[in-house]
Ligand binder design. Structure first.
Ligand code: PLP
Length: 437
């Protein structure tokens, strides 16, 4: 076969022969072939179309192939495709200005990275240098990336084979449906989780802790919307013990939750904010750290010992500028909020009423999880073989789903239409019904 007229079979074979994949035993892979996409849809070389309710890895917030972002990347490529980070570059400055316009008051600079993991890596480095302390405390139910400290800060079991970095400890974050604190109400869960965090800080030695690192709304761990008082309570503990607060907005940020940043909805101001994914929908890899003024000042006369060849890469920066401008002009953040409140949230809650295997649905904006159980009383998770059947049933009905453990994460791009949400709800309904038959 010739690559100039590719087929699904050719692309599949090419991949299986030459590509080494993430997070996988290489002999047990069956990748979906994707040829193109637009908005909330992707398709293969045979013309089979899928509704993308995964946003890939929850990053294409602006949808696939947004014309304005594509044009900006093309124009930047024609002007200056790459330049060293030590130079002053128009796209980089404009991107940083636009990002900081979405940060809380008191954030004054952005350090750009290649993605989310190295954003967290650098935020932890800044916190360690600023405080002169070494330990990072983060949540068990979290994912922060797959590099040195980021994967050890991660709470989920992908940490286990990667525990090479030192000076990390973990705590339980709130998750009322599977409470570690025997709580019955959000208020109880919040109070007990904060007491637990206080005890972890005290037992780790407050004077050793540089930062608390948390996702504003833990994503991969299950879209665990925190109780109202939790993040303000974490901020108060950080202040009491002279610890910095890093909020990871890599997945939750830039429209996903129906606000520019998820933290906007939780009455909390951290010291460092990490981002990636939605900032330019991943059209060109980029991430970064938004830095509060006091930490910027600390590095005014001290050398910051970090850097990356592609920090602030012009193609990625042009994509950020165009993405944020398009999201603003098309009111995509308001749209994500309205669709979540009026259509997607209520629709998913109806699914929970209709299907015995749905234990809970939770979320906000376009960031929702359907948690599946084998038994509603014991809340035993639906076994993985049944989850795989559900994922296949969704795909067979034309919906690309994001499945983690015993959950389906419902995370469409922010450009999703009302008609597409209604169609997806029908597909989830039908696939859940088929699963129970
Ligand atoms: N932080 C969070 C909350 C994430 O969800 C992810 C990726 O899913 C990361 C960090 C790591 O980002 P990346 O894969 O771009 O390194």
């Amino acid at each position: 076969q010739r690559a100039s007229s590719p087929t699904n079979e050719y692309v599949y074979e090419l991949d299986r022969q030459y590509v080494f994949h993430s997070w996988s035993a290489q002999g047990r892979l069956d990748p979906l072939v994707i040829a193109g996409g637009f908005g909330c849809e992707v398709w293969d070389f045979a013309g089979r179309r899928y509704l993308d309710f995964s946003s890939q890895l929850v990053n294409t917030n602006i949808g696939h192939q947004h014309p304005r972002v594509i044009r900006a990347i093309q124009e930047q490529a024609a002007t200056l495709a790459t330049i060293a980070p030590s130079t002053a570059n128009l796209a980089r400055g404009e991107a940083a200005r636009r990002i900081l316009a979405r940060a809380p008051a008191g954030f004054s600079k952005v350090f750009f990275t290649n993605a989310g993991a190295d954003a967290n890596e650098n935020a932890m480095r800044m916190a360690r240098l600023y405080t002169g302390r070494r330990k990072i405390l983060s949540a068990y139910r979290s994912y922060h990336g797959n590099t040195g400290s980021a994967i050890v800060a991660t709470g989920d079991p992908r940490r286990f084979p990667n525990e090479f970095a030192t000076d990390h400890a973990h705590f339980f974050n709130p998750y009322l449906y599977r409470s570690e604190f025997d709580a019955r109400t959000e208020e109880e869960e919040c109070r007990r989780a904060l007491h637990h965090l206080r005890r972890v800080i005290e037992c780790e030695g407050p004077g050793t802790v540089a930062a608390l690192l948390l996702e504003s709304v833990p994503g991969t761990a299950g879209i665990l919307v925190p109780p109202r008082g939790y993040l303000p309570g974490v901020r108060a503990l950080a202040d009491e013990f002279g610890i910095l607060l890093i909020l990871d907005e890599v997945m939750a940020g830039f429209g996903r939750t129906g606000s520019w940043l998820a933290l906007d909805q939780f009455d909390v101001i951290p010291d460092l904010i990490t981002f990636a994914k939605g900032v330019n929908s991943g059209y060109v890899p980029a991430g970064g750290v938004m830095i509060a003024e006091k930490i910027c000042r600390f590095f005014d006369e001290r050398v910051f010992p970090g850097g990356l060849t592609y920090s602030g890469h012009p193609l990625a920066m042009a994509a950020i500028v165009a993405t944020l401008d398009a999201m603003e002009e098309e009111n995509l953040v308001g749209h994500a909020d309205a669709i979540g409140r009026e259509l997607l949230g209520p629709g998913l809650k109806r699914l929970a009423d209709r299907h015995e295997c749905v234990g809970e649905v939770r979320g906000l904006g376009l960031f929702w999880a359907i948690e599946l159980v084998a038994d509603r009383t014991t809340r035993a998770p639906l076994p993985s073989a049944q989850m795989a059947r559900l994922k296949a049933a969704l795909l067979a009905r034309g919906l690309l789903a994001f499945v983690v453990d015993n959950r389906v994460h419902v995370v469409p791009p922010c450009v999703v239409s009302r008609e597409q949400v209604l169609l997806a709800l029908d597909i989830y309904d039908d696939a859940l019904a088929a699963l129970q038959r």
